[in-house]
Each structure stands twice: as structure tokens, then as C-alpha cells.
Design a protein around this ligand. Structure first.
Ligand SMILES: *Cc1c(COP(=O)(O)O)cnc(C)c1O
Length: 456
């Protein structure tokens, strides 16, 4: 129990904000397996990766020795525009649940893009500008990443071309309008502007697209455009690195009040917010200094870790990216189009995959209707309308707090509230109307995805 009275919002001053990111890989006994070039089966060189990604990001991607990496002043000054983000003691939720648990959440939705993705978008746009590039390309699914990157590119004066998964493009026209307002050009994917898009359209006419397909189109466009690179909003090590600002700020604030979490919960799509949230605490666990229960939460409709394989796979469905060793459902796995959240990626961060494989964390898979029920329960007492993705973490945080009520245990729970759900009201409507369905893939659905795993 802490001595000082804990306020509802535990803000930090600008001076207290972290000046370095934490490189979790430097604490891992062994780093994860390297990216492989699919043509040769050999590890990718920095030079190869630099044809696709910004130079500084490649350096960070391959750095597994420096424990701390300085956040350049240009990025820190933009961070002050929307950070530090509030760390909230969920007093209202604790009371509503009648639980002896202490519940804390780190809220990353307090910026126009509405999610944590701005933390890495601003870093990647900064490095692209430093390198003298003129433009970047990317893909976006639900639209948070595209919006965050559009804000970042507007700030640094870079052109941005976004490939947006067609179903989202059609369901979320306002998201697209936010991106265009910040100056980005947006193309629904699959499109006829790339050979990857044309190939998928020929094979699956009328398809609503997928993240993997949009990635392939964005990479192809970057490689074929002068002074242009591709940037990615999740999965890769340098994205997790940038997101460690979430965990570092959380720990600085909690340490001030002598609070130590017993359990840290986050949603996992590609693993970036979760990797960032857990980083400082996981670094301690890797050194044998704590025994925190780390829980990643994924949708039962796209169970990359709980039912996936730990194997080398492509990061995209057109099979043009390097191979990453990760938990995956196979790059041909097609998630249900009914699913609302943006956690529908077939693979998982290689860092998170390795931590899970080595037993440092566990995973829970939850169903969509129980996620929305948890979201509404949370919204009613804490006020924030949560993103469906974030609500996966809420669901498990509620379960843990209820277990504490039943057992009388006073656990300290920390979870990541990654964003707001204002652009997800069609999904809330379907839940409120009672029309939302739970989709859980059968083993034969999964086997079709596994059949697409490359043989090495
Ligand atoms: C993108 C997104 C996620 C999932 O991405 P990760 O890389 O797993 O963090 C979670 N929540 C929100 C609000 C998002 O926009």
C-alpha cells in the first residue's frame, strides 16, 4: 500500500518525461531470430532493409545491444504536444466492481488521431525528414495509423500515400477525411495502381482487402518511387521501441507513489502498444527482479498467438516482405470481415512472440461481444468511449478485478487504454442492436492459413 494519496489522474511534468526509449531486446537473454530474405533464405542485410525503410529505423531495428536509445529533441518537442498522457487510477471502476484491486490505466487516446500510434508516427516521419526523403507510403486498416502518420507528415512537411483496406475505406469515410485534411492521399486497397493489387483483384474479384495486401501495395509503391520509403505502424522492433514511452511514463508516475503492478494487461494486434507498455517492467523481469503477470489479449477471431504457430512467415499476403520468425496464422489467413477491431493481423511482433515462446508472458483470447460488453461497462463509469481494440484489455482487466473480489486479493492491475472509439460507432451500433456475432475460426479455417507458411 502506498503512503501518498493517489490522485485520479497522475500527470507528469514535461521535465519528468523520459528522454530515452528502452530497447527491450538488449535485456533479452537471446534476441529473436533475424529477418530472412525469402529469395536466399539468408538474414537480410541493413542495406537490403534500407531500400524499403528509413535508415535510422533500420539501425534501431537491428540494434540489440544499447539498452537506452535517445529520443531526439525534435521528437521530444512534438511529444509535448500530446504527452505525457494521463495515467488514471480507475476509482470509479473499482467502486462499480466492488473490488479490493487497485486498477490503473494509461490513456493514449488524447490526441486527434485517437490512439498511441502517434508515438511512432512522429518518430518515423522525423527520421524520414532527416534523411532528406520527400515522401513515405503506408497501409492502414481501421485508420488510426494512417491518421497518426498524416498528422506527423503534415508537421514535418512530407508527402504521404496511404493504402487503406477497402472494407475500412467504405465503412469509415470520416477517417479518410481526417487523413486528407492533414494532406495525405488515400487509395482503397486492393487497387489497380500496383502489380500486387492487380494480382489479388484478379484472384479474388470483389475482395474487401486485408492489411497484408495493403502492406504489399505500400511497399511496392515505396520501392518504385524516388526519395520515398515505406513506414509501418506496428510489429517491427523499432515501432515497439518508440512505444516504450508509454511504459516509461507509466512507471515514472507509479514509482512516485510507490505503486508496483502485479499484473500488466494490454491488447495485442501487431504487439506495439503492449510491447511499449510492458517494456520497463519486462526488462526487470528478464533480469529476475520481479515476477509480474504479463497478459496480452487478442481477439478469438484472429488468435495469432493462442492458436498460431511459431514459424518464419511473410509479413504480407502478397509474399514480398522479408520473412519474420513470429507467431502467425499464415499470411493467407483471412480474418472475418464482421470483426470490428483493428487487431486482425495474421502475425505478431517478433519480440512479443519470443517473450511468449520463452514463457515470460501469457495470452488470452476473448470474443467480440464480451469485449463490447466490457467497453460499455467501462464507459459508463470512467467516461471514456474506448476503442474496440483497447476494450480487449478492459475485458481482461475487469475479469481480473472480479477475481480479486471473489478471492479477497488486493492485486494492483495496470492496463493500456490505447485509444478512443468515436470512429467505431457502427460496431457499437451493431452491439447495441443485438446484431453482433462472435466469430471463432474452426481448425480447418486455421489449417488453410497454415498451409500458406513458407517451407524453409
Ligand atoms: C492499432 C491499434 C491497436 C493494435 O496495435 P498494436 O500494434 O498491437 O498496439 C490497439 N489499439 C488501438 C487503439 C489501435 O489503434
Amino acid at each position: 500500500m502506498s503512503a501518498k494519496k493517489i490522485p485520479y489522474k497522475m500527470y507528469l511534468s514535461e521535465e519528468e518525461m523520459p528522454s530515452t526509449w528502452l530497447n527491450l531486446k538488449a535485456f533479452m537473454p537471446r534476441s529473436h531470430a533475424p529477418f530472412l530474405d525469402p529469395a536466399t533464405g539468408k538474414p537480410c542485410s541493413a542495406a537490403q532493409l534500407e531500400q524499403v525503410f528509413c535508415r535510422e529505423c533500420v539501425e534501431q531495428e537491428l540494434n540489440d545491444t544499447d539498452k537506452e536509445i535517445e529520443i531526439p529533441q525534435g521528437i521530444r518537442s512534438f511529444y509535448t504536444n500530446f504527452r505525457p498522457s494521463p495515467l488514471v487510477r480507475a476509482y470509479f471502476l473499482e467502486k462499480a466492481l466492488d473490488t479490493p484491486a487497485e486498477i490503473y490505466y494509461k490513456f493514449e487516446g488524447n490526441n486527434t488521431s485517437g490512439s498511441h500510434k502517434l508515438n511512432s508516427a512522429i518518430a518515423q516521419a522525423y527520421y524520414a525528414k532527416q534523411q532528406g526523403l520527400k515522401s513515405v507510403t503506408t497501409e492502414t486498416g481501421a485508420g488510426q495509423w494512417g491518421t497518426a502518420l498524416a498528422m506527423a507528415c503534415a508537421f514535418y512537411g512530407l508527402d504521404l500515400h496511404v493504402f487503406m483496406v477497402k472494407t475500412s475505406y467504405e465503412q469509415k469515410p470520416y477517417r479518410m477525411e481526417v487523413m486528407r485534411t492533414y494532406g495525405a492521399s488515400v487509395t482503397p486497397s486492393p487497387s489497380v495502381t500496383t502489380s500486387a493489387g492487380r494480382k489479388i483483384l484478379a484472384e479474388f474479384p470483389g475482395t474487401g482487402g486485408s492489411l497484408g495486401c495493403a502492406i504489399a501495395e505500400a511497399v511496392e509503391t515505396a520501392v518504385n518511387t524516388p526519395d520515398c520509403r515505406y513506414v509501418l505502424g506496428s510489429v517491427l522492433d523499432h515501432v515497439l521501441l518508440h512505444q516504450t514511452v508509454i511504459g516509461l511514463e507509466s512507471k515514472i508516475a507509479l514509482d512516485k507513489y510507490g505503486v508496483r503492478p502485479d499484473i500488466v494487461i494490454g491488447c495485442v494486434g501487431g504487439g506495439s502498444n503492449y510491447g511499449g507498455l510492458i517494456a520497463p517492467y519486462m526488462a526487470e523481469k528478464l533480469q529476475g527482479k520481479n515476477d509480474i503477470d504479463f497478459v496480452g489479449v487478442e481477439p478469438a477471431s484472429c488468435p495469432s498467438m493462442s492458436r498460431g504457430r511459431y514459424a518464419y512467415d511473410f509479413c504480407d499476403s502478397a509474399k514480398i516482405t522479408p520473412l519474420a520468425k513470429m507467431y502467425t496464422l499464415g499470411c493467407a489467413f483471412m480474418p472475418s470481415p464482421d470483426h470490428a477491431g483493428g487487431l486482425r493481423y495474421h502475425g505478431m511482433s517478433p519480440i512479443i512472440s519470443k517473450l511468449y515462446h520463452d514463457g515470460y508472458m501469457r495470452v488470452e483470447a476473448v470474443r467480440q461481444t464480451e469485449v463490447f460488453a466490457a467497453a460499455e461497462r467501462f464507459a459508463k463509469c470512467e467516461g471514456i468511449l474506448p476503442a474496440p481494440e483497447s476494450s480487449h484489455a478492459i475485458k481482461v482487466a475487469l475479469d481480473e478485478a472480479i477475481k480479486c473480489r471473489e478471492s479477497g486479493q488486493k492485486k494492483v492491475i495496470l492496463f493500456g487504454l490505447t485509444g478512443t472509439g468515436y470512429f467505431d460507432l457502427a460496431a457499437y451500433k451493431s452491439f447495441n442492436d443485438g446484431n453482433m456475432k462472435d466469430y471463432v475460426p474452426t481448425q480447418s479455417d486455421l489449417d488453410r492459413g497454415f498451409a500458406s507458411l513458407p517451407s524453409l
